[in-house]
Write a protein that binds this ligand. Structure first.
Ligand code: ADP
Ligand code: ADP
Length: 226
């Protein structure tokens, strides 16, 4: 089963008279349960692709189906619903709220989803257990290491049971030990059946995925990297 399918996706940014063709006919299929790295140099279109895959933006032309749903021409309002219900985001900067405990941070997507309080707590605690932080529920981000903070944000991404986990340079802020730790966690999620998309400019990070897709000048060339 294909979890996501992009067909001939283009993205053009217009600033006054200037046009930038950030994506030029991208085709991409990712099967359910796949672990794919998207790799490319700066300016190649990675962020643009990530924004489209993450339903943060829509293509200028072409189609994007996520879990069988065509999201290519959705309004911002519908797109926001799809994003919250179907996608778990992990960012380079963790994006955790400093004033909240790990448990409260992980509960947040469920607050937006209208889940009742006790169920929220149970599910957030369970997600933190899954990332090995069952004994850190009441810690605030500044009481956790970088690798642990990123584990909290992975738990936050998991807690809604998303169709897709989208990680944008998730190890960019981590030392080599924490990097290995977090990449190991993504491999565990993959083994458990989650679909994981990892965006990176680092070859050794991309090599941890099951396959790598290369992007250059807004075009994709698929390479099988072991
Ligand atoms: P990467 O993430 O690989 O560095 P981007 O997707 O950010 O690449 O950028 C691809 C191209 O699109 C670049 O030439 C960039 O300058 C341009 N671009 C990105 N975002 C915008 C924007 N909002 N407005 C105009 N041009 C943009
Ligand atoms: P950048 O690509 O500029 O380094 P990030 O990777 O941190 O920025 O975030 C990518 C984009 O996703 C940004 O435009 C940011 O505003 C947006 N974003 C971050 N978190 C969320 C979220 N939870 N829901 C929707 N959009 C988000």
């Amino acid at each position: 089963v294909q979890n996501l399918v992009l067909r001939d996706v283009t993205k053009v940014y217009r600033t006054g008279d200037l046009e930038v063709h950030a994506l030029r006919g991208v085709d991409l299929e990712v099967a359910e349960g796949d672990f794919v790295a998207i790799m490319g140099p700066s300016g190649s279109g990675k962020s643009t692709l990530m924004h489209i895959l993450g339903c943060l933006d829509i293509p200028s032309a072409g189609t994007y189906e996520l879990g069988g749903l065509d999201v290519s021409q959705m309004t911002e309002r519908s797109l926001a619903q799809v994003r919250n219900a179907r996608i778990g985001f992990v960012f380079q900067q963790f994006n955790l709220l400093a004033s909240m405990t790990a448990l409260r941070n992980v509960e947040l997507p469920l607050v937006y989803g209208g889940v009742p309080r006790q169920e929220r707590r149970d599910r957030a605690a369970e997600a933190l257990g899954r990332v090995g932080l069952g004994d850190r529920l009441d810690h605030r981000p500044n009481q956790l290491s970088g690798g642990q903070q990123q584990r909290v944000s992975v738990a936050r991404a998991l807690v809604t049971e998303p169709d897709l986990i989208l990680a944008d340079e998730p190890t960019g802020n981590l030392d080599s030990v924490a990097t290995r730790d977090v990449l190991g966690l993504f491999q565990e999620l993959h083994s458990a059946g989650h679909t994981v998309l990892l965006i990176t400019h680092e070859a050794d990070v991309a090599a941890q995925a099951s396959r790598t897709v290369l992007i250059r000048d807004g075009r994709i060339s698929t390479g099988e990297v072991a």
